[in-house]
Design a protein around this ligand. Structure first.
Ligand code: AMP
Length: 362
């Protein structure tokens, strides 16, 4: 099952001169260099919510604004852990259009589809999976939470167990330096770092150990205050696809707080309002209303009107941009094609190094 090495390159290794051998041996004790500065994945599992935008897209757009060229991959293989493959396929182009309309610029960022390099990803997954035990994977806290929440260990599919290994393969194939993650993904990153160190120790320094780029922790709540804002609870979520009337109705029915009281729900709505506001003066309007609320004035109706206006403006602009992006049916495929080319080159280079230390090919 080894990944297909480029025949000419392999020949070049086997026919190498003494000098080349020395260089190769030296390379074996020198960790490979990082290749991608920042890597992030998106699961194409449905329409995005404003929480996805503020929690996952904004950090990438901010990094891009600081001059970093992120690599974004659409994690369709991860997504089939808990979604039908047909559903996942249906959202691939849509989620790429979302990211571009939200500010990820394909001229700066590379966007690729995980399954476009499925051979490389699954090969490395298998090679890495040998270095972690089933017992260790069962102890990954995120898995424990998922099993408690909506799956039973007896019936949960095995991809759930392998999820952190697949994630490690994505990161290590890219030789990514930084991976922006929220608190929920910290344990997965530890698995990636552990696998990189174990593999390096056993076979030679192949993988640069990635760093965690912990993004500002953000946990937006459902508008109705029932847990996190999430695709799986549509009543309390504002989707990027919601029309203006739907948004107004959802915000009208949102739970807030009694005069003078601050609670988690209201704090979350304030974060949405300020995060989506286009201008400083809108943010000041939010502050003024909240100040009045804290002093005991009945201003929640006013706050909801302002929140509705801010969200509607944001969505109106976003939906217009997205419509423009998807108007050309060849645009998204061309972005993904270009991304796949770069990702494949990078992945093949990494796997060649992996195979060289594994099989002592030169
Ligand atoms: P999901 O849609 O659950 O796959 O979430 C994808 C990413 O969106 C998460 O890893 C977070 O970065 C972000 N996200 C999703 N829901 C929320 C939320 N309620 N609050 C903040 N960020 C969120």
């Amino acid at each position: 099952m080894p990944h297909n090495l480029d025949k000419n390159k392999k020949k070049c290794y086997t026919n190498s001169s003494t000098l080349k051998n020395i260089q190769i041996q030296k390379k074996e004790v020198t960790a490979m260099k990082y290749k991608v500065e920042v890597l992030t994945g998106i699961r194409p599992t449905g329409d995005l919510t404003v929480a996805n935008y503020l929690g996952a897209v904004v950090p990438v757009v901010e990094l891009q604004a600081q001059g970093v060229s992120p690599v974004v991959f659409v994690a369709d293989l991860h997504a089939i852990t808990d979604n039908e493959p047909t559903t996942v396929r249906q959202y691939i182009h849509s989620v790429v259009a979302d990211y571009i309309a939200l500010g990820v610029d394909p001229k700066k960022a590379k966007i690729y589809l995980q399954s476009d390099i499925a051979g490389e990803v699954t090969t490395l997954t298998a090679l890495l999976a040998r270095h972690i035990s089933v017992a260790e994977l069962l102890r990954v806290p995120t898995l424990k939470d998922k099993l408690k929440a909506n799956a039973n260990p007896k019936t949960a599919n095995a991809l759930l167990l392998l999820y952190p290994v697949l994630m490690a393969a994505d990161i290590l194939l890219n030789r990514a330096r930084k991976v922006p993650v929220g608190e929920d993904q910290l344990a997965h990153m530890e698995v990636t770092r552990l696998l990189a160190r174990r593999f390096n120790k056993r076979y030679g320094e192949v993988f640069p150990v990635p760093e965690v780029l912990q993004v500002k922790s953000l946990r937006l709540l459902s508008l109705k205050g029932e847990g996190k804002m999430s695709k799986t609870n549509p009543r309390g979520a504002i989707f990027l696809t919601d029309d203006l009337k739907t948004v107004a109705n959802k915000i009208k029915a949102a739970e807030t707080a009694f005069e003078g009281i601050m609670n988690e729900k209201l704090e979350s709505h304030i974060l949405v309002a300020k995060g989506l506001a286009k201008t400083e003066s809108e943010r000041e309007e939010v502050d003024a209303i909240i100040k009045a609320h804290k002093s005991g004035k009945p201003v929640m109706g006013q706050f909801k009107q302002l929140l509705t206006r801010i969200v509607q403006n944001f969505l109106g602009e976003f939906q217009e941009k997205k419509a423009e992006i998807v108007r050309d049916p060849f645009y998204i495929p061309s972005v993904l094609k270009e991304g796949a080319k770069v990702a494949r080159e990078n992945a093949i280079e990494t796997l060649e190094e992996v195979e060289r230390v594994l099989y002592h090919t030169q």
